[in-house]
Design a protein around this ligand. Structure first.
Ligand SMILES: NC(=O)c1ccc[n+]([C@@H]2O[C@H](COP(=O)([O-])OP(=O)(O)OC[C@H]3O[C@@H](n4cnc5c(N)ncnc54)[C@H](OP(=O)(O)O)[C@@H]3O)[C@@H](O)[C@H]2O)c1
Length: 178
């Protein structure tokens, strides 16, 4: 039940809070195949993680909450969540309602990387993999990185090509590394 609560903190934010607070791009279209792929991914991923937590049964004895993997994993999860929620907020403030223009994001982890929202999300699901110490959690972390790393690198390239004065030292997704 603790894991379910942790999982739901993310999905309540992403589904109800984040979408309700988005600004701009009212005429922007979102490709249907991408929405379908996201739907299929979330069905499979939700099933795999749910099956691991509940279907397989009895995997976590009570002392698991004192296990260093559980504690470290939850620290990573909530640090990652704070990073991506805060980065989402900074991106949102770059826009007025119904605008579609872009600007160079500043402040917070944007001083180190172009896509701290993606970095936070990757850290979060890596933390989930550590806390659950499961194949399902690991698969989620790997697929999140496989999705968001190339996307973050593409955003980074776009910023560099578009803004001549784009901060030289800023990396793409992982601070000081990539
Ligand atoms: N776990 C996963 O696999 C997964 C997958 C996808 C997304 N996510 C998460 O979902 C969240 C949103 O992802 P995303 O790919 O939509 O993020 P994004 O491309 O960075 O865009 C987020 C919002 O900010 C706006 N925006 C981005 N850069 C901007 C700039 N320079 N100036 C002004 N506005 C800007 C975007 O407008 P436009 O839409 O008009 O560009 C969009 O409304 C992130 O926190 C991400 O980590 C997670």
């Amino acid at each position: 039940m603790l894991f379910l609560f942790v999982w739901e903190t993310h999905y309540v934010y992403r589904t109800f809070i984040y979408t309700g607070m988005m600004r701009g791009g009212s005429e922007r279209r979102f490709p249907l195949p991408l929405a379908l792929m996201a739907f299929v991914f979330n069905c499979l991923n939700g099933y795999a993680n749910g099956y691991h937590l509940f279907g397989a049964g009895g995997l976590y004895p009570s002392p698991w909450i004192y296990d260093p993997r559980f504690i470290l994993g939850l620290l990573m999860f909530f640090s990652g969540m704070m990073i991506h929620v805060e980065s989402d907020r900074r991106l949102r403030r770059l826009r007025r309602r119904h605008e579609t223009t872009y600007a160079v994001p500043r402040g917070g982890l944007f001083e180190l990387v172009s896509a701290p929202n993606y970095f936070g999300e990757i850290l979060q699901w890596t933390g989930w993999a550590v806390a659950t110490w499961s194949l399902a959690g690991l698969a989620f972390a790997v697929f999140t990185a496989a999705n968001l790393l190339p996307r973050g690198i593409a955003h980074h390239r776009w910023y560099r090509n578009t803004y001549e004065s784009y901060p030289e030292k800023r990396k793409a997704v992982i601070p000081f590394v990539l």
